[in-house]
Each structure stands twice: as structure tokens, then as C-alpha cells.
Design a protein around this ligand. Structure first.
Ligand code: SF4
Length: 383
């Protein structure tokens, strides 16, 4: 009897067979100075082609690592989005008090009940781990010897270890117990308690998504001589909140009544201005997350929107932006903005004219440019 795997049918018919590239979200091509190739570096099968301005997916094995490594969310596994893991984890915490993740390359099908299966542990984003740890215990079935034998190499394991360490550090800064995060080979799924339960003990998703709809159709098909392998239960992904928003929501949720202490910081860098800022608006216009805005002569930075892609650092013509100190928890939780530069009046040290710029500017933009660009100097001198 032939075997027909519904995962394959679904992938073929709905285009779910590979990681999806989200429009023009990729920051490559926005400036010649952007050198990001994180998706390519993390891909275990050399499946990402960066020959063009946006990534081309050649040989996708659906490990999901690029979706975690990409700073701007330009890549996404349509079935295993960050929202999906968040939703599954929350359901599991409601039903059993914990969310347990396992890599589907390490567990036999018959042992998967009670686990949230990921194609690789590295595919679970650090913000998702933290957001779940705010509500309950989060465990990973992690066996280094199993990872060592993985044919995809060690990229997934390294990503997982760094995401886990980041979430641990953030959890500590929030004052939550470190035992909320566990990893090891001897974790056991707990029996479900309370609530309407699905196959893995979580509530049955209330709304039918594209995948559920497809399953409901296909599961009723009978093909003579073909055995249908049932699809694993998967709730519909909730909305597509960005990872920064997931993080902000987690911080808000666990925020103490009096707010976080001023010394509590997230392991995430803020932006700072290290050179002359002429408030030229280039960084704020190009920021893909809307984290920078220029308003009323002030350049403001909103850390809760920042995805740390680094595009602003690359495009600033004066190279005046840099990563600064770790971000105060309270700033992120409150969605507060930081003022990076305020336009004030200066007198140019070279030409003596007045100009508007941030605090550290000594020369006007024209004098600065005429030193850097010989063509401008020639035009100014009438040559
Ligand atoms: S922005 Fe994302 S998709 Fe573009 S090169 Fe960087 S990691 Fe790859």
C-alpha cells in the first residue's frame, strides 16, 4: 500500500513547502553598506541565495532557523511562525502548567503527545521563550549528543543555546525565578488539567485557519490503496505580532506594581549618537520598523519597535549612530521613547554660518560634505 503524507500534499497545494520571503522587508538593497547575511549564515543546507536584493530560497528543509536569525522578520515558516509557537505554548501552559518543546528529528511519532514539536530547537525565538516563561515553565528536550548527530550540523544547537541564554538573562533581570526555564533529556510532559483539550492537551483552536480548513477537507478524502497519514494537530497562528511586540507584551505582563527597578536591563542594546547629527531624516525614513522618528526638531528612538537590524547604523551619512548600553526594562515595558538628538543652533567652525544640528556638531553640513566629497568643494569654490 502506498503512503501519502498529508504534510507533503499540504505543502504542494498551499505553497507551504518552504520558508516564505516577506515582500521587500529584507534590508539588503536599502543601502550598499548593509552587509546582513544572517539568514545565509544560519542556514544548515546552504539554501539561501543572496545574489539579489532579497533572499532567494533554493533548497529549504524547513528548519526555521532563518526566521529566528533574520532581524526584520523577512523570512517566516508559514506553519511555524513565532505567533504559532507562542499560541501553542500558552495553550499548553493553561492545560498543563508547562510548555515543553522538542525537536521533531529526535522524537519518534508515538512519543510526541504533550510536546510542542519544532523542526529544530533553534527555531523557537528568544522573545517567545521569554513570553512563555512569564506565564509558566518552559522546557526544552535538549540532548547535546542528539544535536551532535544531527545531519544539519550545529547551527541550530548554537542558535538554541544563545536564545535560551538570552531568555535566562532577561528573566533574571525581570526578577522571575530562573527555574521557569529548563532544558534536558529527562523532561516529561505533564497530564492535562482543565479546559477543553486537543490532542496535545491544549484547547482546541476556536477559529479554523487555512491549514485546519485544508485538513478538514483532505481528511475526508478516501483514495483506494493509499493510506493517509494524519496531520499533526496545529492551532491557527494568532496574529503576526513582531518579536519586538511579543517581548514588550511579556514585559508589560510581568511588570511589578511600581515598575521595574531603574537598574534592571534587558540584554538588548539601545541606540546612541556618537557624532554630529544633522537631523537629515535618512535613518528615520529608512528604518523598517518605524523605531526612529524625526519630529519637531528631535530625533527620537522607540526601543519597543526596534528590531536591531542595524540599518540605521549603516545608512547614517555621518556614521553618527552606534549601539549603546543595554535597554532599561522599564523603557521597553512602557513603550517609552528616547531622544537621540535635538536641533539647536550652532556657528560653523569653518565658514562661520549658523546651522541647526545636534549637540556635538562643530561644522555645518556643507563644510563637512565639502571636505568629504571633492565635487562639493569644487562647486563651492567656483572651480
Ligand atoms: S535582513 Fe533577513 S532576509 Fe535580509 S539578508 Fe538579513 S537575515 Fe537575510
Amino acid at each position: 500500500m502506498g503512503k501519502l503524507d498529508l504534510e507533503t500534499i499540504a505543502a504542494t497545494l498551499t505553497g507551504l513547502g518552504q520558508v516564505r520571503v516577506q515582500g521587500d522587508a529584507c534590508i539588503r538593497g536599502k543601502s550598499p553598506r548593509v552587509t546582513c547575511r544572517r539568514c545565509q549564515e544560519v542556514c544548515p543546507v546552504k539554501g539561501v541565495d543572496l545574489g539579489n536584493d532579497r533572499p532567494g530560497i533554493k533548497d529549504c528543509q524547513r528548519c526555521g532557523l532563518c526566521a529566528v536569525a533574520c532581524p526584520v522578520g523577512a523570512l517566516e515558516d508559514p506553519e511555524r511562525t513565532h505567533s504559532f509557537f507562542l499560541a501553542r505554548g500558552r495553550e499548553s501552559i493553561v492545560a498543563t502548567g508547562k510548555a515543553l518543546f522538542a525537536c521533531n528529528r529526535g522524537l519518534a511519532d508515538h512519543r510526541r503527545d504533550g510536546w510542542i514539536m519544532a523542526s529544530c530547537l533553534g527555531a523557537v525565538a528568544p522573545e517567545v521563550i521569554l513570553a512563555l516563561a512569564v506565564r509558566g515553565q518552559v522546557g526544552f528536550r535538549y540532548l547535546p549528543e542528539e544535536c551532535a548527530g544531527c545531519t544539519w550540523g550545529d547551527k541550530g544547537e548554537r542558535l538554541f543555546r544563545s536564545s535560551f541564554a538570552w531568555a535566562q538573562q532577561a528573566l533574571g533581570a525581570m526578577g522571575l525565578p530562573g527555574e521557569r526555564l529548563i532544558r534536558g533529556g529527562d523532561l516529561k510532559p505533564a497530564p492535562a488539567h482543565g479546559g477543553a483539550t486537543g490532542r496535545a492537551g491544549g484547547p482546541v483552536p476556536a477559529v479554523m485557519g487555512r491549514r485546519e480548513f485544508f485538513r478538514s477537507l483532505v481528511c475526508k478524502i478516501k483514495i483506494p490503496g493509499v493510506e493517509i497519514t494524519p496531520l499533526s494537530q496545529s492551532p491557527q497562528a494568532v496574529n503576526a505580532r513582531s518579536r519586538a511586540l511579543i517581548l514588550q507584551q511579556a514585559l508589560e505582563e510581568a511588570r511589578p506594581a511600581g515598575g521595574y527597578p531603574a537598574t534592571a536591563r534587558l540584554p538588548l542594546a539601545t541606540l546612541k549618537v556618537t557624532g554630529p547629527c544633522y537631523l537629515c531624516n535618512i535613518c528615520s525614513r529608512l528604518c523598517p520598523a518605524g523605531a526612529l522618528e524625526l519630529e519637531e526638531g528631535e530625533l527620537r528612538f522607540n526601543p519597543s519597535r526596534c528590531n536591531h537590524c542595524g540599518l540605521c547604523l549603516a545608512v547614517c551619512p555621518q556614521h553618527s549612530l552606534a549601539w549603546g548600553e543595554d535597554l532599561p526594562l522599564e523603557t521597553m515595558a512602557a513603550g517609552a521613547t528616547c531622544t537621540l538628538a535635538i536641533a539647536t543652533e550652532h556657528r560653523c567652525a569653518s565658514c562661520g554660518e549658523t546651522f541647526q544640528a545636534g549637540a556635538t556638531a562643530m561644522e555645518c553640513l556643507r563644510c563637512t560634505l565639502s571636505r568629504e566629497l571633492p565635487g562639493v568643494a569644487a562647486r563651492r569654490s567656483g572651480a
